[in-house]
Design a protein. Structure first.
Length: 281
């Protein structure tokens, strides 16, 4: 480093050469760290840290909408296998009618519940999240909108139909099931099995109208054999149309307001359309 002479310059750093600046920078460990690159003037080059951008990108990714897991083709096959099995049982167990009609209901709904619960525990299916009161209220409203007109229009025919659907052999005679058993089937067993299977499992990656059609076919295969179709074909036709409409509504409510709302909708429809007429109220 050349000695400073005030006769030639007022700036003591004016006579510093690039080599001198580099030497001074290297001598001060607080200014230059090992591994830094120096420019031609001896100053340390500053490079932007990519970690900041990475953290920003991570924040942006965290704000993005979550991506639902996609069920594999094997999962779809399992769902359709469960549907075909339940449909086959509904048709194959018709010889149990009317002596063991309650056993037929238990076996068929049990298969649906089994597949639905297994998918809930180990597979990919729709799960009930944190629901709001508005969606639950809409489920009840849709149930009343569907059930009330059917109750008013059905009259004594609906009462007879409800009692025929829930009869079995008791004490050597064909009798209707006790009201407590019917209430348990309509409020707990049936909504649980059908909601978890059709609206949670099948409708996870299928359109609501397709699931509504599949569930309608299954419901017709389940309930129509309980009726005397050859003797009352018009009544059977009306019941079939009602089942199609009701199951489409369930799937629509599931798409519009969520799984819990569809669950409540089915409970309300079962109570209004089947249990109230069953009691003869």
């Amino acid at each position: 480093m050349q000695p400073y002479d005030p006769r030639f310059s007022d700036d003591p750093d004016a006579l510093n050469t690039p080599a001198d600046s580099a030497a001074d920078a290297a001598a001060d460990p607080l200014e230059v760290e090992a591994g830094d690159t120096l420019d031609d003037n001896g100053d340390a080059l500053i490079f932007e840290d990519d970690d900041a951008d990475t953290s920003d990108d991570a924040d942006d990714d965290s704000d993005a909408d979550p991506v639902l897991p996609r069920r594999s083709r094997g999962g779809d096959n399992d769902a359709m296998f469960g549907y075909l099995l339940a449909l086959a049982l509904s048709i194959g167990l018709t010889p149990l009618i009317p002596v063991n009609a309650d056993l037929r209901y238990a076996l068929v709904w049990g298969v649906l519940a089994l597949f639905g619960v297994l998918a809930w525990l180990f597979g990919v299916t729709t799960r009930i999240q944190h629901e709001n009161a508005e969606n639950l209220a809409w489920g009840v409203v849709f149930g009343v909108i569907v059930g009330a007109p059917l109750l008013l229009a059905g009259g004594s025919t609906l009462t007879t139909t409800a009692r025929v659907l829930f009869q079995t052999e008791i004490g050597g005679e064909i009798r209707t099931l006790p009201p407590g058993v019917v209430l348990m089937l309509l409020v707990f067993v049936m909504p649980l099995a059908e909601t978890l299977f059709f609206r949670a499992l099948l409708q996870y990656n299928r359109s609501f109208w397709l699931v509504g059609a599949l569930s309608s076919v299954w419901a017709i295969a389940l309930f129509l054999p309980m009726l005397n179709v050859p003797q009352f074909p018009v009544v059977a036709f009306i019941i079939g149309v009602a089942l199609i409409m009701i199951n489409l509504i369930y799937s629509y409510v599931r798409q519009r307001n969520g799984l819990a709302a569809a669950w409540l909708c089915q409970i309300v429809v079962n109570v209004v359309v089947l249990f109230v007429p069953y009691l003869g109220v």
